[in-house]
Design a protein around this ligand. Structure first.
Ligand code: ATP
Length: 203
């Protein structure tokens, strides 16, 4: 990674992170390295209006878990920008607020898994997103994203595709294992596992 360039290449990785798992971390590492990003911001959503159920963990606990998971990883950090904004989380707002925070010299890359990329035509003002950030769609097992086959008006039609590590982990599976008191092993990082246990979040 270059430290001398003036423009900063920033990855924006939004998610519910309920909880953050090692699939998220592996995706962010792959994109950071492939696109030579200076920074990856893990932006914790407050209310993800497209999901049918609210998150299990509170926004502050999800933020704390992200902070624990990324601490010590060079160039990774947690952002509470969506939590600080009241109301539902819309990615157009996230990107506009980050632009205001980071300034005109930042180049923004919106990182999404294939499932999220496919759903972008249902996002509020999704058609405005390509003007705000380069969309980077990352492969996810079981999600067959064919960018060239998307409708011409789909926001992800011009996305950059990175296959990435293809790790088959979901937060849903992690929550299921934890609520059954089963071993999550290396699906989540140790500090996150300790925090969950101490707070009794998914028990
Ligand atoms: P849940 O199972 O609760 O729906 P999730 O595992 O999909 O959660 P999110 O926090 O909703 O996690 O995802 C945040 C972003 O990370 C989304 O863009 C999603 O597509 C992506 N993502 C999550 N897990 C993976 C994975 N294993 N591979 C690729 N992308 C992923």
């Amino acid at each position: 990674m270059s430290t001398s360039r003036i423009t900063k290449r920033v990855g924006v990785f939004g998610g519910t992170f309920d909880p953050i798992h090692n699939g998220h971390l592996a995706v962010a590492l792959a994109v950071r390295d492939e696109l030579d990003l200076d920074q990856v911001l893990f932006v914790v959503t407050s209310d993800q209006w497209l999901r049918d159920k609210p998150p299990v963990a509170s926004a502050s606990d999800r933020l704390r878990m992200v902070e624990l998971a990324v601490s010590g990883v060079p160039s990774f950090s947690a952002s509470d920008i969506d939590i600080r904004r009241e109301g539902s989380t819309y990615t157009v707002d996230t990107l506009n607020d980050l632009r205001a925070e980071l300034g005109e010299l930042a180049t923004l890359f919106l990182i999404v898994g294939s499932d999220s990329a496919l759903s972008m035509d249902r996002w509020k003002d999704g058609d405005r997103i390509p003007a705000l950030a380069t969309i980077v769609a990352v492969g996810r097992p079981g999600q067959n994203l064919q960018i060239h086959a998307l409708d011409a008006s789909h926001p992800a039609i011009g996305a950059k595709y990175i296959q990435g590590p293809m790790i088959d982990i979901s937060a849903t599976r992690v929550r299921g294992l934890l609520s059954d008191n089963r071993v999550v092993g290396d699906l989540i990082s140790a500090p996150v596992a300790e925090f969950i246990e101490k707070q009794g979040i998914y028990g």
